[in-house]
Write a protein that binds this ligand. Structure first.
Ligand code: PMP
Length: 325
């Protein structure tokens, strides 16, 4: 059987093989085929899981995981919001993640920690359901393809809003809320766009289906604040730091939809999308209609760090074999 998914749409439909040797489950590595759950598991019916997505990059010093600790901190905070703290601490998860890359002999790859409510009871109340932790990985490359990273993607403003405040906590990365992301993404794809940009319930810009949004106006970079129903992206925070290093001011504020059309540049940030320029929104050209100078500068800084070509001065790379060879 072929276990795969399509990277869409600009990735050219390349197939990714999701199979590896081992998956970590509740403290030990199990064969990939045995990482299965029962159909009555709480998570399947009520979306009760927390997850993370992070990348491991090939570098000259061997594979290195990008911002591992920050992603694990977000995982544990998300779990805490939903009263599902796993029995594994940060250090144990950190070491297990590095071992996951080693045991599966991975280089460029995507890592997926997952904490879920398992088989226990079928009521909505999850408190009687066991908490299961999985650490999963697969080989992976770029999300929008090289063309997307260089020339930009075409986006639409979604007819779906992001989650209203005080409904589902947007700052927690819970699987259930990705029903909203799926609606945004499906609509964009079926309408012929690469990505959808969702507004908050107050009509200001929130984020894309799985990425944070930035826009450039003059020499300043703007991005919506946490209260705009966004996930606090680790890449978003990396962009803040790198733009600060470049001396480019970043302002967090509510942003009107029409600023997307008048901006000099728009770009998306996320573990999957990395730093991806947006060249049009609703078929209206953004800026020069291709990657702008600030987006390019930011990409250069970001990729210099993720590839290990620039000194790891922010401590963002965990070299997987460091101290092991
Ligand atoms: N928003 C949403 C809804 C996401 O799913 C993601 C991807 N995790 C992001 C933003 C970007 O977050 P990060 O930079 O941590 O990958």
């Amino acid at each position: 059987m072929l276990y795969s998914f399509f990277v869409e749409p600009q990735g050219g439909g390349a197939q990714v093989d999701l199979r590896t040797d081992k998956i970590w489950h509740n403290g030990r590595f199990i064969p990939w085929d045995q990482a299965q759950i029962h159909v009555l598991s709480h998570v399947i019916h009520y979306g009760s899981a927390i997850f993370e997505g992070l990348r491991c990059y090939r570098t000259e010093r061997g594979p290195a995981v990008f911002r591992l600790r920050d992603h694990l901190v977000r995982l544990l905070k998300s779990c805490h919001i939903y009263r599902m703290d796993p029995p594994h601490g940060l250090e144990e998860l950190h070491d297990a993640m590095l071992e996951l890359v080693r045991i599966n002999q991975l280089q460029d790859s995507y890592l997926r920690p997952l904490v879920l409510r398992g088989f226990g009871s079928m009521g909505i109340n999850p408190l009687k359901c066991p908490i299961e932790t999985y650490l999963i990985a697969w080989r992976w490359g770029t999300y929008f393809g090289t063309e997307g990273l260089e020339e930009g993607i075409d986006a639409q403003v979604s007819s779906w809003n992001r989650l209203a405040p005080n409904t589902i906590p947007a700052l927690a990365k819970g699987t259930g809320q990705y029903l909203n992301s799926q609606l945004i993404r499906m609509e964009a794809t079926l309408n012929g766009y690469d990505e959808g940009i969702a507004l908050s319930t107050d009509g200001t810009i929130s984020e894309a289906s799985g990425m944070n949004l930035f826009l450039v106006a003059g020499n300043t970079v703007y991005t919506p604040p946490p209260s705009a129903s966004i996930l606090l992206g680790v890449t978003r925070e990396s962009a803040f730091t790198l733009l600060h290093d470049l001396g480019i001011p970043v302002v967090e504020q509510r942003l009107a939809r029409e600023m997307l059309y008048t901006a000099d540049e728009v770009f998306l940030t996320g573990t999957a999308a990395e730093i991806t320029p947006v060249r049009s929104v609703d078929r209206i050209q953004v800026g020069s209609g291709t990657r702008g100078p600030i987006t390019r500068q930011l990409q250069e800084e970001y990729f210099a760090l993720t590839s290990g070509k620039r000194e790891n001065d922010h401590g963002w790379l965990d070299y997987v074999y460091e101290g092991k060879v």
